[in-house]
Design a protein around this ligand. Structure first.
Ligand code: FMN
Ligand code: SF4
Length: 678
């Protein structure tokens, strides 16, 4: 048996967990009609197949109708959920993993204009900054109803074959009772710590009496809100002890922090550039103070840190949740001594930000996550070996090369630059975002493993490519910054890329016109203001940086507010004129009837990219398909069969930003779904 601390089994009451790695509760927003159907099932089972000890499914399934999901969660208050849960638990158990589910009532952390349009309830009228609903102050009959709802939901989960349930007690209703900041009740449920914990205890009592002893109960709770007037560390330790002493639960799952603001949430679930394992020592203190089974997750992205968490005795089970969204097969790779092949989580939080803004959670660089029904995590070998030539070694080109290599094809990549990475290399120039380079480094290592040849400093002409005698050519040349968007004065502006790359010297008084709304404008602002410039970011949109999304915005704001960068929304830069050493920026508005000027010494335009597509159009007439991709075949997961030119020499495809400006995930998804069927 292995001596690896991570691979030691753990006995949690009657349950034997096969190792020490868990996936903590997270809602990927895959439910259909509030039920975990085929897509949810496939996602969950993939992680069980990958070897994880236990998966905590759902991000807090809702126990009551007045806890409507704000994005897309499971509805544990419906009886019809039981067979769906049973299908999932059976499949996960079959793979040797345990499975639990997190239950919650969101309290004020939701909205009244969702679900059945019921008022939201909380132990005070204070609204939560993130979700904005002004709550009704909860009444005695609400409390009785919700306690019963919890017990009913737990009973459903047991009937569905779950090994246990975990209650969500940070930021949601249970914690809103516990925290002095959100509880303004008198009497049995407000005031003293005993009273504030009464709701939590009553819920556990009701559940335990319903589900019996042979069912795991746990709580994920904040033991230190890190807010003035909130639950502090010493009270948190007292809460932890009381939870243990209640005899009602089987483990503690420790959180440190608060989630009522985007910034608070980001400190609880840290993003790239923030420290790894920031709350692990704290979880260790709780374990030492309680001597009770302790779980924890918060940016443990790599196996070495996870191993340290267990080996040092800080926790009993360690969560690697986003890490499993990036690579569901972590444990299997540890067992097979292939740790170096684990696809690394780069902390981009595209997964999390998307559940609010874009619907389902996707991993920035694993396009198979959440698409297990159609996309493979392990690519199958092709029936016959082809010669595949790829132009460009950015994320799209390297993903295509990795997948084609894994399929057993002979793959040659031409890259004009001396290094791989394309736009990601620029992104990673921000110290806070350098983890992004792992997206490239992992693909380079995989390409090497699969015998892919990469030629750097190689500007591919049509003849170079034809000389390779390819069966398939994939153009993944990306794009270049597009600044030609003004009615006059385009020659006076620079791009956000010019600033980030250092090709343009920072000005002292700078206007950034951002109508792409993505990272590049903020990144350029950080470079400029960091170099001492006064910076204004102007956008014609209703809000700034709409593509950056909530948690990704937090580190930028923490940096840009200190640097005094200002934001102006709903104004459009129309033209620029030169006036001596200065530039006059003429500003209008899509709403009409306004004309203003700014006098600055530098104007930066951030307007996405235009495709670098010369090589594609040169090759097009020589290809069998004239570059056409059958969308039906692509979506159905079938090989491309378009023939428009029987005399053509090869199939030609174009992917990523070489088609149109999108994002890293889109580029990688383009590549995976095309190359997996070549
Ligand atoms: C898409 C997504 C949804 C999440 N939803 C929940 C949730 O509903 N309840 C919860 O307790 N944690 C939720 N989390 C937080 C995770 O359980 C975990 O604490 C967090 O991702 C930090 O751990 P990690 O660094 O290992 O990913 C969510 C995380 C993700 C990525
Ligand atoms: S999107 Fe980023 S944070 Fe989320 S799982 Fe993927 S790599 Fe990790």
């Amino acid at each position: 048996m292995s001596s690896d601390p991570l691979l030691q089994p753990y006995k949690l009451k009657h349950l034997t967990l096969r190792n020490r790695i868990i996936v903590t509760s997270h809602e990927p927003a895959y439910p259909e009609d509030g039920m975990p159907k085929e897509r949810y099932l496939a996602y969950t089972v993939e992680r069980a197949k990958g070897g994880v000890a236990m998966t905590m499914t759902a991000g807090s399934a809702a126990v009551s109708k007045d806890s409507p999901p704000v994005f897309n969660n499971l509805l544990a208050y419906k009886d019809e959920i039981v067979p769906w849960i049973r299908q999932m638990t059976d499949a996960v158990h079959e793979e040797g993993a345990a499975i639990m589910i997190q239950l919650t009532h969101l309290g004020r952390r939701t909205r009244w204009d969702k679900g059945d349009w019921l008022p939201v309830v909380a132990p005070s009228h204070h609204r939560e900054a993130s979700h904005r609903a002004f709550p009704k102050k909860i009444e005695d009959w609400d409390i009785e109803r919700i306690i019963k709802d919890f017990a009913d939901a737990a009973e459903r989960m047991k009937a569905g074959g779950m090994d246990g349930v975990e209650l969500e007690a940070y930021g949601h209703l249970i914690d809103q009772f516990v925290s002095p900041l959100t509880n303004e009740l008198d009497g049995p449920y407000g005031g003293s710590l005993d009273n504030r914990m009464r709701f939590c205890m009553d819920v556990f009592k009701a559940i335990r009496s319903r589900v019996g002893d042979d069912f795991i109960l746990g709580v994920r709770y904040t033991a230190d809100e890190r807010l003035p007037g909130g639950t502090g560390m010493s009270e948190g330790i007292e809460i932890s002890k009381r939870l243990k002493q209640s005899g009602l639960i089987d483990y503690l799952n420790v959180i440190r922090g608060h989630i009522d603001t985007d910034a608070g949430l980001t400190d609880v679930i840290p993003i790239q550039g923030m420290a790894n394992a920031p709350h692990l020592d704290f979880a260790g203190e709780i374990r030492a103070a309680t001597n009770f089974p302790t779980f924890h997750a918060a940016k443990i992205p790599d196996v070495a840190t996870a191993r340290h968490a267990i080996e040092s005795g800080k926790v009993d089970m360690i969560g690697m949740t986003r890490a499993h969204m990036t690579d569901p097969h972590i444990v299997r790779k540890i067992i097979e001594k292939r740790e170096d092949e684990i696809r690394p989580c780069v902390g981009a939080n595209y997964c999390l930000d998307r559940i609010y803004q874009g619907g389902a959670a996707y991993c920035i660089h694993n396009a198979a996550t959440g698409r297990e029904l159609t996309m493979p995590h392990i690519v199958a070998k092709a029936d016959s070996r082809k010669k595949v030539v790829i132009v460009g070694a950015g994320p799209a080109g390297l993903e295509a090369a990795r997948v084609a290599g894994e399929r057993g094809h002979e793959v040659v990549v031409f890259e004009a630059a001396s290094d791989p990475g394309g736009q990601i290399r620029l992104t990673a120039l921000s110290p806070r975002r350098k983890e992004m380079m792992s997206i490239i480094d992992w693909r380079m290592a995989q390409c090497e493993k699969h015998g892919v040849t990469i030629r750097f400093n190689a500007w591919a002409e049509a003849e170079t490519i034809e000389a390779e005698n390819p069966d398939v050519v994939i153009v993944a040349t990306g794009g270049v910054a597009h600044t030609d968007v003004l009615s006059k004065g385009n020659e006076f502006v620079v791009s956000s890329w010019d600033i980030i790359s250092g090709d343009a010297k920072p000005g002292t008084n700078v206007l950034i016109f951002d109508d792409a709304g993505d990272h590049a404008a903020l990144q350029a602002a950080e470079f400029l203001a960091g170099a001492g410039a006064k910076v204004e970011i102007m956008t014609p949109d209703r809000s700034f940086s709409p593509e950056v999304m909530a948690m990704n915005l937090v580190p930028y704001m923490r940096s840009l507010q200190k640097l005094d960068v200002t934001f102006t929304v709903t104004y459009r830069l129309e033209s620029v004129e030169k006036n001596g050493n200065q530039l006059i920026a003429n500003v209008g508005s899509d709403y009409g009837g306004i004309s203003k000027q700014r006098v600055v010494d530098q104007v930066v335009v951030n307007h996405g990219t235009i495709p670098l597509d010369d090589i594609y159009f040169e090759l097009k007439p020589k290809s069998t398909n004239h570059g056409e991709i059958s969308q039906d075949e692509l979506i159905a997961g079938q090989p491309q069969s378009v023939v428009r030119n029987a005399q053509g020499q090869f199939q030609l495809f174009r992917i990523g930003d070489a088609v149109s400006a999108r994002n890293t995930h889109a580029a990688i998804y383009d590549a995976l779904r095309l190359a997996k069927d070549i």
